[in-house]
Design a protein around this ligand. Sequence first.
Ligand SMILES: Nc1ncnc2c1ncn2[C@@H]1O[C@H](COP(=O)(O)OP(=O)(O)OP(=O)(O)O)[C@@H](O)[C@H]1O
Ligand SMILES: [Mg+2]
Length: 257
Amino acid sequence: MAMMNKQQKTEKNNSKRVPTGIVGFDELCGGGLIKNRTYLVSGAAGAGKTIFGLQYIYNGITKFGENGIYIATEERPEQLRENVKKFGWDLEALEEEGKLAIIDACSTKIGIPSHEKYVDVRPFDMRSMMDQIIAIQDTIDAKRAVVDGTTSIGFYLQDPAKIRVELLKLSTTLEILGLTSLMTCEILDESNPSRFGVEVFVTEGTILMYYKRTNSVRVRSIEIFKMRGSDHSKNIHPYDITPTGIVVHPHEEVYTA
Ligand SMILES: Nc1ncnc2c1ncn2[C@@H]1O[C@H](COP(=O)(O)OP(=O)(O)OP(=O)(O)O)[C@@H](O)[C@H]1O
Ligand SMILES: [Mg+2]
């Protein structure tokens, strides 16, 4: 076999895909996310961002043998474990097996005690959060991470220039650690995929989740808004939250006109 030159090697490496394992999603973007990159998952409250993130981590461990780190800034880990039990996902078992680490970055922020194994002791000290991720990575050798979410970090820092630098530090650290990551972003207006105007620029791609009312029903749909270095569907596809989690319908489209 002919030797690959450096550029060919880079291209081969760049095209390595990390499947989310979320039914119907991966075929919208050439088989999955590009390895070692960070993606933004934006949507209004209740759009399904947290479920999407946990399903990505859960599938990573159970279907692809890739360990995961989940940073919870807006919900206590206890609630997360409870909420996804109805999908049949036993997060606690994965934590006990050393395949999943959930960082409680919520309790300290609101001033309540935490009994979690991993607690972010200083609210939004990016250095200490990154140090903790580095330490966890040393033990569990994860391949996937989720930061849920960037909005509370943004509110804490306030200044968009600061938010941009801190989120860039975080996403770059995750990439250097060999993690393919999602960061969630809570938006108010579905025509703008970022809350502080900077989140989409520090990430390699943006996935938008909609929960729109049409007449008397709300319809869930998902769009790949941006994915650097990859071809992807330009359409908006409906999805459901089923008893086994999110199911995307890649051959159906939602018209928003
Ligand atoms: N078992 C289930 N079956 C169907 N729908 C569900 C189920 N569990 C949750 N949901 C729906 O998912 C929504 C919550 O999803 P999720 O927590 O992922 O949203 P989110 O985008 O993270 O919201 P937030 O911005 O408030 O954190 C609920 O409001 C509910 O409509
Ligand atoms: Mg959420």
